[in-house]
Write a protein that binds this ligand. Structure first.
Ligand SMILES: *[C@@H]1O[C@H](CO)[C@@H](O)[C@H](O)[C@H]1NC(C)=O
Ligand SMILES: *[C@@H]1O[C@H](CO)[C@@H](O)[C@H](O)[C@H]1NC(C)=O
Ligand SMILES: *[C@@H]1O[C@H](CO)[C@@H](O)[C@H](O)[C@H]1NC(C)=O
Ligand SMILES: *[C@@H]1O[C@H](CO)[C@@H](O)[C@H](O)[C@H]1NC(C)=O
Ligand SMILES: *[C@@H]1O[C@H](CO)[C@@H](O)[C@H](O)[C@H]1NC(C)=O
Ligand SMILES: *[C@@H]1O[C@H](CO)[C@@H](O)[C@H](O)[C@H]1NC(C)=O
Ligand SMILES: *[C@@H]1O[C@H](CO)[C@@H](O)[C@H](O)[C@H]1NC(C)=O
Ligand SMILES: *[C@@H]1O[C@H](CO)[C@@H](O)[C@H](O)[C@H]1NC(C)=O
Length: 446
């Protein structure tokens, strides 16, 4: 008896060691760059189309396309900056504005919209007068994820630039682009001249062409965005009453204040008002995350199985709009039905189809309200079993990766997953082998 339990414990500590090792490796790999294996081509591209030359510069239509499958720009929206190469000024803007005018004292009569060397541009809010709008502007800087709604994954404005080059030989491209979406995390490359965009005239009978076009590509890295994860995952199952909670301090406990859910302070007026810098007001939990995703293995039928997914908001100062949830699980290639959420498979590599995106239905559950009674959404997924791989053992039924709003969530360590009763730890050899082979593959890739 004694020996068996010792062996069991040792098996577990080995598993734990491997989990930590795999985690460290994953951190190293992720830190190496902005590359996201679940969305390898994801980026935000900012395109400048010069639509006319003016006596002292040009007018450009600027279009921001979000080509990221599951990372959107939520409220309070994007902030775009760049540095002018020479002494350019912005005479006027349509569909956006700079946050500061800067020093325009050199000008008499006609005063530019902005004279700063490094202008900072934000979108206008919905509802501005019609003559200040253009297509795809004025959404408060909110841009949908490409995978969720390609038609809303774009934002545009027009800028009239003065004291600039007036031909494609003399114009100097803006430099040092920065993008906040709305927080940090994006890195932008240099502007590059690309083949001029062609446009269809409104009657669609004639093609016109930009006089000159340049693109800037920005990519996201979670590690540039924040030190700690911003969400965590907990598990439960019908076959074991243990609930595996989010790891303690999954989102970091240092320098974090929180408020108890029964605190009288919560009834104060204005306690929910978002702060300019987006500081959260968190409900006190052991994990201290603003978002928890719970995955419950609910039912096991003959040919199908069913999982329940719940997302809970613990931030009293945030309503999550147009949220997205990405999960990686080998059985997501056989999703039969998703109840009350939208679902799209993400197929980053043609051979593997194990990743999908869940999102809310418009006007129904695409908003996760601030922490409190309405701060959660849930859904169920029905999956068709692949008889060769399906098992309830070794936590197979739980997701391998989870992302909320494009940020990876912290999973519990594998040895704490709800176990199928009577499955001795020795039977977890295949799982150990799996982790080993993953580590081995990673080492080879590196
Ligand atoms: C940006 O994303 C688009 C769409 O996925 C892709 O075609 C393009 O190659 C990407 N650009 C860069 C520089 O990665
Ligand atoms: C430039 O950006 C646009 C999207 O804004 C994209 O369609 C086009 O492919 C990009 N061109 C290049 C050469 O990356
Ligand atoms: C762009 O950034 C680099 C490095 O930060 C700096 O040396 C350079 O002067 C900047 N360019 C402009 C035009 O501000
Ligand atoms: C600049 O414009 C001229 C015609 O106006 C065109 O022939 C030339 O190809 C353009 N060059 C570039 C780099 O776009
Ligand atoms: C969330 O939305 C509700 C309803 O629109 C609003 O009353 C509340 O103030 C919002 N909370 C935050 C934190 O923005
Ligand atoms: C991926 O799986 C989904 C079901 O989740 C299926 O609808 C889709 O056709 C699959 N795509 C590929 C390329 O296998
Ligand atoms: C579901 O799994 C079965 C068994 O592996 C497979 O034959 C079938 O093609 C899968 N269905 C889809 C849509 O991938
Ligand atoms: C449930 O799973 C836990 C591991 O999370 C395990 O310690 C426990 O023994 C399992 N319960 C049963 C009845 O097997």
């Amino acid at each position: 008896m004694e020996i068996a339990s010792n062996a069991q414990q040792c098996g577990r500590c080995r598993l734990r060691f491997m989990a930590i090792f795999a985690f460290l490796l994953a951190v190293l790999v992720s830190r190496a760059g902005a590359y996201d294996p679940l969305d390898p081509n994801g980026n935000i591209t900012i395109k400048w189309d010069v639509v006319s030359w003016t006596p002292d510069g040009y007018v450009a239509a600027v279009t921001m396309n979000n080509f990221q499958m599951y990372r959107h720009i939520p409220t309070p929206g994007w902030t775009l900056g760049w540095a002018w190469a020479k002494k350019e000024v912005i005479w006027s803007m349509v569909g956006a504005q700079t946050t500061e005018q800067g020093d325009c004292s050199k000008f008499k009569g006609n005063i530019p919209h902005c004279c700063k060397k490094v202008p900072t541009v934000v979108d206008l809010l919905p509802g501005v007068p019609y003559n200040q709008q253009i297509a795809n502007c004025c959404k408060g800087g909110v841009v949908a994820a490409w995978g969720q709604d390609p038609s809303a994954a774009v934002s545009s404005f027009q800028v009239s630039v003065g004291l600039a080059g007036t031909s494609n030989k003399t114009v100097k491209l803006p430099r040092n682009f920065t993008l906040l979406g709305p927080g940090p995390g994006y890195t932008c490359g240099p502007a590059k001249i690309v083949p001029s965009t062609t446009f269809l005239t409104p009657d669609r009978r004639r093609k016109t062409q930009a006089l000159m076009t340049w693109n800037v590509t920005c990519t996201y890295s979670q590690f540039l965005a924040r030190k700690n994860p911003s969400c965590c995952v907990s598990f439960s199952s019908f076959y074991n009453e243990t609930i595996t909670p989010c790891p303690s301090c999954a989102c970091g406990c240092q320098h974090k204040n929180c408020i108890k859910s029964d605190s009288k302070l919560l009834s104060l007026v204005g306690v929910n008002t978002p702060r300019k810098d987006n500081t959260p007001l968190l409900q006190c939990t052991r994990h201290m995350c603003p978002i928890r995703v719970h995955w419950h293995v609910k039912l096991n039928y003959k040919d199908y199985w069913r999982a329940k997914i719940a997302i809970t908001n613990f931030n009293y100062r945030m309503n999550y709009t147009q949220w997205t949830l990405v999960a990686q699980h080998p059985n997501l290639n056989n999703v039969t039905q998703v109840f009350s959420f939208g679902y799209k498979p993400l197929v980053p590599y043609q051979s593997i189809n194990d990743t999908g995106m869940f999102y809310g239905m418009k006007f129904y559950n695409d908003l996760i309200m601030e922490a409190g009674p309405f701060g959660n959404v849930q859904s169920e997924v029905l999956l068709q079993k692949d008889k060769n791989t399906f098992t309830l053992k070794q936590g197979w039924a739980f997701p391998r990766k989870v992302y909320f709003n494009g940020d990876e969530c912290m999973l519990p360590p594998p040895d704490t997953y709800p176990f199928l009763p009577n499955s001795a730890i020795f039977k977890s050899l295949p799982f150990t082998m799996f982790i080993l082979s993953v580590i081995f593959t990673l080492i080879i890739i590196l």
